[in-house]
Design a protein around this ligand. Structure first.
Ligand SMILES: *Cc1c(COP(=O)(O)O)cnc(C)c1O
Length: 460
């Protein structure tokens, strides 16, 4: 049996009124029987205590990170005001795509690309910057790969008058000059990593002169600057529990909008890099599922080139290539696994949120890996009928949503599908260019290649 929608006419876009907007974030951990495993101190192998984390992260964010029990957190007024500048994000009924696919399925997407940073990352950037400001800090440091997170954080810091130091992987710094300029326009300082401004950067440059950098190395530099400068802390754009908490705004809005029109979803789909948008989108629905109030089919979509869920191991691992960050239990390919520099830059992380990893392990969600050429084909089909030029990351979810809708065409099933459209792809046109030229290739790592990554898993 599938859920069926009521007869109320469903508008092309469902918006919430200001007074219908969520005022709290939802912490899905509160409803999990098997809580995500705690972060461990890599030195002692013991669960990290708050006081070990506060030199690196803001106090209130540490409290959110470690809280497995509080179901709802009030969103501070200042953050609610900022959200009002670009939220609610629309819940769109993909009428044109349904028509094009001739499907009996109903397709909805929650579009998070309606802000200058172009993705959902702003939802957590503003929260993290706010708590830094509230603690009286001068600024924050971070790393950015493809640049979406750095852009979102610079916008949030500019709004609050905080200093923002971004270490950008050198190859992206050179290849994505426009992203870099957006960050600088919002007042951030952007340093190509590795740099000679940190001890770790100088060490890496000495060992590997001419290296084009990596995310792991940029993390190490950002953490060093945060811990060695009075009044600075480090912030991270995905993976952490606190980030999923902030991103729950996506799912809460989607659920409120759907409830308004009596829409019931059967299948919920999202792309998964570190898991923040997917975790945020599914949180309130997963909560219902965990409490036994409703059932949903939930699908995580990842690239075949970085298959954390579908081919990874559920084990404790470092979050960074430099092996300085805490150990998290997650589906991982090993912190030394570096996928080829494909164009879904935001889906290249070797691990996955501990919350989603536990839920996947316990059978509450499934995962699929898709090829990049199929992803770009789906992206173009979507762009040509729905108008939005999607980010390659988001297009992983589009691909699987389309596959599901096509299955319905064949079976006649009237499923209602929701997918997360996390952002726009204007800075990813190099990938589109390669696809259009027929030059884009699919890379599927061999078992031997994956074994090399697994060999670096710490023994705990
Ligand atoms: C960063 C990013 C992602 C992936 O990150 P998650 O933490 O898994 O959500 C997906 N889409 C876009 C547009 C991004 O910028």
């Amino acid at each position: 049996m599938t859920n069926s929608n009521t007869n109320k006419e469903i508008p092309y876009k469902i918006y919430l009124e200001e007074n219908e907007m969520p005022k709290q974030w939802y912490n899905v951990r509160a409803d999990m029987k098997n809580k995500p495993a705690p972060l461990l101190n890599p030195g002692t192998g013991q669960p990290l205590k708050a006081e070990e984390l506060t030199p690196i992260f803001c106090e209130e964010l540490v409290a959110q990170e470690l809280d497995d029990d509080t179901a709802y957190f009030d969103i501070p007024d200042e953050i609610l005001s900022f959200y009002k500048m670009y939220r609610p994000s629309p819940l769109v009924r993909a009428y044109c795509l349904e028509e094009k696919l001739q499907t009996s399925a109903k397709i909805y997407y929650k579009f998070e690309g309606n802000n200058t940073s172009g993705s959902h990352k702003l939802n957590s950037a503003i929260a993290q910057a706010y708590y830094a400001k509230k603690q009286g800090l001068k600024g924050v440091t971070t790393e950015t790969g493809a640049g979406q997170w750095g852009t979102a954080l610079s916008m949030a810091c500019a709004y609050l008058g905080l200093d923002c130091k971004v270490f950008m992987v050198k190859v992206s710094y050179e290849q994505k000059p426009f992203r870099r300029e957006v960050m600088r326009t919002y007042g951030a300082s952007v340093t190509p990593s590795p740099s000679d401004t940190t001890a770790i950067g100088r060490k890496i440059l000495e060992e590997f002169p001419g290296t084009s950098g990596s995310l792991g190395c940029a993390i190490s530099e950002a953490v060093e600057v945060a811990t060695q400068n009075e009044g600075y802390r480090y912030v991270l754009g995905s993976v952490l529990n606190q980030v999923l908490l902030h991103q729950s705004i996506i799912g809460l809005e989607a659920k409120a909008a759907a409830d308004k029109y009596g829409v019931k979803f059967d299948t919920i789909i999202g792309c998964a890099g570190g898991g923040s948008n997917l975790g945020g989108l599914i949180s309130p629905f997963m909560g219902q599922k965990l409490r036994g109030e409703a059932d949903y089919e939930i699908i995580a979509v990842e690239p075949v080139s970085c298959p954390s869920f579908t081919r990874g191991k559920f084990a404790y691992d470092f979050c960074d290539t430099g092996m300085i960050c805490p150990l998290a239990k997650m589906y991982t390919l090993g912190s030394s696994y570096i996928p080829p520099s494909d164009h879904a830059g935001g889906l290249r992380f070797h691990g996955m949120s501990s919350i989603l990893s536990q839920l996947y392990h316990d059978g509450f969600m499934t995962a699929r890996a898709v090829k990049q050429t199929e992803v770009f084909a789906a992206a173009e089909e979507f762009a040509r009928c729905e108008g939005i030029l999607p980010a390659p990351e988001s297009s992983h979810a589009i691909k699987v949503a389309m596959d599901e809708a096509i299955k319905c065409r064949e079976t006649g099933e009237e499923k209602t599908i929701l997918f997360g459209l996390t952002g726009t792809g204007y800075f990813d046109l190099k990938g589109y260019e390669q696809f259009n030229n027929g030059e884009l290739r699919d890379y599927v790592p061999t078992d031997e290649e994956l074994e090399k990554g697994f060999a670096t898993l710490p023994k705990v």
